[in-house]
Design a protein around this ligand. Structure first.
Ligand SMILES: Nc1ncnc2c1ncn2[C@@H]1O[C@H](COP(=O)(O)OP(=O)(O)O)[C@@H](O)[C@H]1O
Ligand SMILES: [Mg+2]
Length: 279
């Protein structure tokens, strides 16, 4: 377990050699003045599931947008630091090239093409990569058999959970080496959340897919992840193995809602309540 707040900037930038994604002390600025990421470092080892946790506004989505190269459309830019993918500096590389090199982002809020069928959505997901061949569709339909049954249905009529599966399936059509998911469980019933996380785990185990997942529900995320990072105000404040984080008293108290709030000062309790909102 590393307490990143006590590390020097130099130490924080050294990722493990096997890291597929290595974010090295990035700063992100929106509209040329709003500093949102303040020296964020994290790394995702090949073949692992890493969870990025933190309360609303911490900068989690901004981090994934920086990795995918989607900040420019929001008047944001990486103003310092570097993002390495498979050892290559991709900090300022064109987003389409990043997709081709194996980065795929499944954005928050299930962005499916509502007027297209399920299958057409998957075809769209293969665009920009090498084009989908049959085995790609087969893989998605194997992991999401419900999608196979509904392949001719118009995506806009699917339920929230089905659309989320389709959004993930579409991201998989790009044949990613790293799949990034921004709050895949948002707005879903607990049973469906369980199902979606089950798929993520299976994909990781069976295909070796590397995953970086943003999640508001820390408890749920730490059940599927190998490693977790907790962000606050544009920086990583704690990171560790999922088990270490789940057992860490501060994490338990502030992020898992299991602490003894009665022993804390008023300020801490206020703090605690604020954090507890997103559990
Ligand atoms: N396009 C934008 N322009 C200006 N500020 C933004 C923009 N997008 C996000 N922010 C700000 O950046 C901060 C982090 O946002 P975000 O990355 O969405 O956090 P999270 O995903 O952790 O909730 C927030 O304060 C948010 O208001
Ligand atoms: Mg977000």
């Amino acid at each position: 377990m590393t307490d990143v707040t006590t590390q020097s900037a130099g130490e924080a930038t050294t990722g493990s050699p096997a890291a597929l994604l290595d974010i090295q002390g990035i700063e992100v600025i929106y509209d040329e003045v709003i500093l949102v990421l303040r020296g964020l470092s994290l790394s995702v080892p090949e073949g692992k599931v890493v969870a990025l946790l933190g309360s609303n506004g911490a900068g989690k989505s901004t981090t994934l947008k920086a990795v995918s190269g989607l900040l420019t459309t929001e008047r944001g830019e990486v103003s310092d630091g570097a993002i390495l993918f498979d050892g290559q500096d991709i900090t300022h590389v064109d987003p389409a090239k990043r997709v081709q090199s194996g980065l795929s982002l499944c954005m928050e809020g299930r962005h499916v093409f509502e007027h297209l069928t399920v299958h057409e959505n998957l075809i769209a997901g293969a665009y920009g990569r090498r084009g989908g061949d049959k085995s790609d569709y087969d893989l998605v339909y194997e992991y999401f058999p419900k999608l196979a049954d509904m392949r001719a249905r118009i995506a806009g009529y699917l339920s929230g959970g089905e659309q989320q599966m389709l959004a993930i399936g579409r991201a998989l059509m790009a044949k990613p080496r790293l799949l990034m998911l921004d709050e895949p469980s948002l707005g879903l019933a607990p049973m469906l959340v369980q199902e979606i996380f089950g798929y993520i785990r299976r994909l990781n185990h069976e295909t070796g897919l590397t995953v970086l997942v943003i999640e508001q529900n820390a408890r749920r995320a730490l059940e599927v992840a190998d490693h977790g990072y907790i962000m606050e105000q544009g920086r990583v404040v704690i990171d560790g193995s999922a088990q270490e984080l789940a057992e860490n008293p501060d994490v338990k108290e502030f992020y898992l809602g299991m602490g003894d709030a009665g022993r804390k000062s008023y300020r801490d309790v206020k703090h605690y309540r604020r954090r507890k909102r997103w559990l």
